[in-house]
Write a protein that binds this ligand. Sequence first.
Ligand code: ZN
Length: 437
Amino acid sequence: MEQVDYLIHAKWIITCEEQNRVLENHTLAIQGQKIVDILPKESALQRYQALQEHHYDTHAVLPGFINSHTHIGMSFFRGLADDLKLMDWLHNHMWPAEKKWLGQEFVYDASLIAMAEMIRCGTTRFNDMFFFFEATAEAALQAGIHAHIGMHIMNVPNAWATTSEEYFAKALAFYDAYKNTEGITITMAPHSTYTLAIDDLIKAKEIADQLQLKINIHLQESAAEVQQSLDTHHKRPLQRLYEIDMISPNLNAVHMTQLDERDFEIVQQTRPSIIHCPESNMKLASGACPVEKLIRLGINVALGTDSVASNNDLDMIGEMRSAALLSKVTTGDACSISADQALKMATLNGAKALAIDHLAGSLVPGKIADFIAIDLDCLETQPLYHPISQIVYAASRDQVTDVWVGGKQLLKNRQLLTLDEKELRAKAQIWRKKIKS
Ligand SMILES: [Zn+2]
């Protein structure tokens, strides 16, 4: 008998590989942080002896969700300003609120609450851009969730920085302090073309090239953004980034709801990943990313929630459902974005966007043991014909019972193991009182 740390027995294992497989009555063998084997339960019991065995007899076990676009430090602004246009919402509500409230403690507390919410919906990795990066990094280390933290640069003054120079200086100081921290991956995150001068965008790209970092940027989120760029620069935002060589496979272009024929040509030629945030785009009436067409062009499309101030949750199950339904509405084609494709956008495609698909995003031997268990025995997901269909179209995040990150359990039967739910709710109440006053 070979010794392993854990045997995870599941009714179904959904691998989320390129050719997705749904395996019945199979077992994951985990050693240290990694998956070492996936095999039928009977064979697993003959081959392996484990320190612990876990039985998910009515559950689907699948890779943890990758939330590819977040601003988790904004948690306390959930529900503060709804039903507004993007630019009004940003200029007159979010940026003033950020200017007033941002700080190390605010972002730390907000990040912890967001991480608790993410873990409870099955997210094991997130790709963030906000401010006070250390606070988010420390919160992630406490929570045990993988964090990709963007060195967020803009030219909008707030409590974090007042000029783009200060933003860059603080970003590089953060990079030096956390570049070798396990569990933390640093990216470059210039906010957008409308909050930065072209020289700052070039500088962000040069730093990313030099340090070999992924770049994340909000791009062509709304028609107003494109029009503003045309009025000021006589070019679309995508074109401006194309001219400074920023559009490449190394770029994650977030939103992309406004694409004309020339934009499609650029994207097809340069092959960035697109981060689709359907609920935020719907809520701010920004438009809809033409996901179906992008996928047909072979472009990698991953899924993000954006912040809770524009979503208003971090629920990746809800986001998958929205992605599938929105594409059907916008294309007029009920075949557009299947449940399987939506699930891939929330897992493997996220790993591709973060350039870690050799390590995460699917359940195969050798990859990191980031996985979740969703109980499909609930009344709401009965009767069951296809597990993937039930997860995407019928299940709620409350059915996520267990979450594991790197072979370590973070959620057990809906109970957080690394964070104190009661304490976090008390913190939310304290911040609510302050913000409301
Ligand atoms: Zn965003």
